[in-house]
Design a binder for this molecule. Structure first.
Ligand code: TXA
Ligand code: MG
Length: 333
């Protein structure tokens, strides 16, 4: 079993930082989801992340940097930072925003999965920041951390989820810092800044309108030439049960036809819908932020009931729902 430490104890932060500096793996809370962290400049430590996740080595990882000296960290990893990216950094870091920047050829090649770019993010979670600061004192410039789940599965939003994902690892192979439930709940928004204009690679809780207003430039959608990003694979974030998205009318009709035969179908919906008696169900919040916060925990919870199917009411159309809609459609793909 991985070693689980309460992150509110100061010695836990120092222990996490030491593990990172020694080339070990740390399960780390961020405001979005938990990350599986290693020193981004230590190739063998980073390879251990790919191994533990079962993630292909050509899927690049995000490098996390401390908020007290972001300039030094940015300059360590990035070759250049376009003006619109500087504006996004100034306004939104620390926070749930990852920027893809041209990478200095000599750094973090393994973490970057062979790309000539690097994904940089400055998380706002106090535990993540405390660990990044303490690790920096041991000479760690940045921490590579994908979501702390096995490849293709639902991202973890609690320390218990991380323990579940990596239960097979020994206590000297992974230290997990418990910082409670993640307040955002879905992964960071990713903006590619290597093409002369901002390109949205993965929607999150920051709306396109807000990003455009800050960048001072229109945000383009990704095209086929965009770099590889597992978070942009069509099927990802998937529970074991099959997820299907339907609107309220379709759901009502389907449950009516199936009657008691639907008792092995879980339901996650905002609208009042009559599902089978006794079937697992959760109510989706009407507020997009609240829905994002609980989304992955609810999918795990419904999955754990052993149902074969999870039927989910299609989220509303508004841009504030982009992130939730994106994760649900990938879970359903
Ligand atoms: O909120 C988050 O971003 C979380 C927390 C832990 O920070 N991390 C996360 O990492 O979601 P991961 O590895 O599960 O997803 C990162 C995404 C992947 O789709 C990856 O391919 C993409 O970022 N990415 C990273 N570096 C990239 C690069 N240089 N070019 C293109 N995509 C990149
Ligand atoms: Mg992930």
């Amino acid at each position: 079993m991985p070693l689980l430490l309460d992150a509110s104890r100061p010695e836990a932060i120092e222990q996490g930082a030491r593990r990172l500096a020694d080339g070990g793996l740390v399960g780390l809370p961020t405001e979005t989801v938990y990350g599986l962290a290693a020193d981004a400049d230590n190739a063998s430590a980073v390879r251990r992340i790919f191994e533990a996740k079962g993630r292909p080595a050509d899927h690049p990882l995000i490098v996390h940097v401390a908020a007290d000296a972001p300039r030094a960290a940015i300059d360590h990893y990035a070759r250049e930072v376009p003006a619109f990216a500087e504006r996004l950094i100034a306004a939104l870091w620390p926070g749930p925003l990852t920027l893809i920047l041209p990478r200095r050829a000599e750094v973090a090649a393994v973490a970057a999965g062979g790309q000539d770019s690097v994904g940089l993010r400055c998380p706002s979670h106090p535990v993540a920041q405390a660990v990044l600061r303490a690790a920096a004192a041991h000479g760690v410039h940045g921490v590579a951390a994908p979501s702390a789940n096995r490849f293709g599965r639902v991202s973890p939003t609690s320390a218990a989820h991380v323990m579940e994902e990596f239960a097979a690892l020994a206590d000297d192979a992974l230290l997990v810092l418990d910082g409670g439930a993640c307040p955002v709940g879905i992964e960071s928004t990713i903006v590619d800044c290597t093409r002369g204009h901002p390109v949205l690679l993965r929607p999150g809780v920051l709306t396109p309108a807000r990003l455009e207003a800050i960048a001072g430039q229109p945000l383009r959608a990704r095209d086929g030439a965009a770099p590889r990003a597992s978070g942009t694979l069509e099927s990802h974030y998937a529970p074991r049960a099959k997820v299907r998205l339907m609107d309220a009318r379709q759901l009502r009709a389907a449950f009516q036809v199936l009657g008691e035969d639907a008792r092995h179908i879980a339901l996650y919906a905002r609208s009042p819908i009559e599902a089978a008696r006794g079937a697992p169900r959760r109510r989706m919040p009407d507020d997009a932020e609240a829905a994002a916060r609980e989304l992955f925990a609810v999918l795990r919870e419904l999955d754990a009931t052993g149902v074969r199917l999870i039927w989910v009411e299609t989220p509303p159309d508004g841009p504030e729902w982009d992130g939730v809609r994106d994760r649900l459609s990938r879970a359903a793909a």
